[in-house]
Design a protein around this ligand. Structure first.
Ligand code: SAH
Length: 376
């Protein structure tokens, strides 16, 4: 069973009995013979019925939460550099299943994903402990209707929990971004790519294309090293923020609102050439069933990008689909290079930034792939 392999989830179909347990409560978990397996948070509706929070009995849950939060903060203090924006708490990877907290300079953005974390004494302890450690000017809770539905949590819209501001600017490696916790997708920015922005910047050169640029994370980081940068995204609101970010940093970047598949097809047929191309599409494989279609999508993008790269050019290519393993991603990339008649040298294979920890026994915590390669 999964708990014995170090995982923390138990699916509802594997639960033998859970009689009269209140949604979101703390439960003692035993195996079928009654042997204790630890303490978990129980969800009455999610497919993941049980998320283990400790292999031992838990007496004082508030104290445990405070200790976990303090440890998560200390972990970032020891590993995160050159930024005032990073993920403070990453759910299971910080032994706080169902809780995600991001810091953007003086604004904290919280996401509560489970009944256990939404239960009232828990919420209050989380909020007060975060305030104690990080002293933000404000805290915003970002809610996702789909997630709240899955957990049968009462509908609530994103809102300030305390403080007055939801907007701020944050700085990663000297690059400034605007942020509004009550706008945007995900929790605002893609903090998991932060270290990959810096890696991309160390190889980028010449004429560059940032495809799926969102608010300009890669484009703005590589701009100082390139003669010209174009960012492409289908979302106009994202590009408006990207343009504002460019102005904040005194950069001239061309933003194009387009479907990336169409644009890459047109540009590669027109034999456009670039020295650097970044591909950072949304997750194509949301479930295991989407895997083949997802790989075809990645292949089409990568094939077209490779065709447009000049000799010595740099490809930065990403996938944030957990269901696409690093192995199959690299295999797809190899097949794309064969079809594009280009040979590809892998410079780096990277993952998510260190503030998004990966627990080896919880494979779902590792989802981001970022390969940097050069064509010849
Ligand atoms: N590289 C960005 C994150 C990209 S997220 C960063 O580091 O911040 C994926 C982006 O793809 C989103 O901004 C979304 O608007 C965009 N997108 C999704 N489908 C698209 C499509 N078919 N064509 C162009 N952009 C698309």
């Amino acid at each position: 069973m999964r708990l014995q392999t170090g995982h923390v989830w138990v699916y509802r179909s594997d639960v033998l009995s859970a009689d009269a347990i209140a949604p979101g409560s703390l439960v003692a978990v035993t195996d079928q013979r009654g042997k204790p397996l630890g303490t978990a948070l129980y969800s009455s509706t999610s497919q993941i019925a049980i998320r283990l929070i400790s292999p031992d009995p838990v007496g004082d849950f508030s104290a445990l939460l405070r200790e976990r939060i303090a440890n998560a903060v200390a972990y970032r203090q020891s590993l995160v550099r050159d930024t005032d924006a990073y993920r403070v708490i990453f759910s299971e990877a910080d032994f706080l299943p169902g809780l995600i907290v991001d810091r953007y300079n003086d604004v904290l953005s919280l996401q509560i994903l489970t009944q256990g974390m939404d239960a009232n004494p828990v919420r209050e302890t989380v909020i007060s402990t975060l305030a104690e450690h990080l002293h933000p000017a404000s805290m915003v809770e970002r809610t996702d209707t789909r997630v709240r539905d899955l957990e049968s949590l009462p509908a609530r819209s994103s809102a300030l929990l305390y403080g007055e501001k939801s907007a701020t600017t944050f700085t990663m490696k000297g690059v400034r971004f605007q942020f509004d916790a009550l706008e945007g997708q995900k929790t605002g920015a893609f903090l998991d790519q932060r270290e990959n922005y810096a890696a991309a910047a160390s190889y980028a050169k010449g004429e560059a294309l940032d495809v799926f640029c969102y608010q300009g994370g890669f484009a703005l980081h590589i701009a100082p090293h390139c003669s010209q940068v174009t960012g492409v995204d289908s979302s106009r609101p994202a590009l408006e923020v990207a343009d504002h970010n460019a102005a904040l940093n005194g950069r001239e970047i061309e933003w194009i609102e387009a479907n990336a598949f169409d644009l890459l097809k047109d540009y590669s047929s027109a034999k456009r050439q670039y020295d650097t191309i970044v591909l950072d599409p949304p997750a194509f494989a949301k479930t295991k069933r989407d895997l083949d279609a997802a790989l075809r999508g990645y292949k089409e993008l990568n094939l077209r990008a490779l065709k447009m790269l000049r000799p010595g050019g740099i490809l930065v290519t990403c996938s944030c689909s957990y269901h696409v393993s690093q192995g199959s991603f690299l295999e797809m990339l190899g097949a794309s290079s064969l079809d594009a008649h280009k040979s590809l040298r892998l410079i780096e294979v990277r993952g998510q930034a260190k503030d998004h920890p990966v627990l080896l026994n919880i494979p779902e915590t590792a989802y981001l792939k970022c390969a940097i390669a050069t064509v010849s």
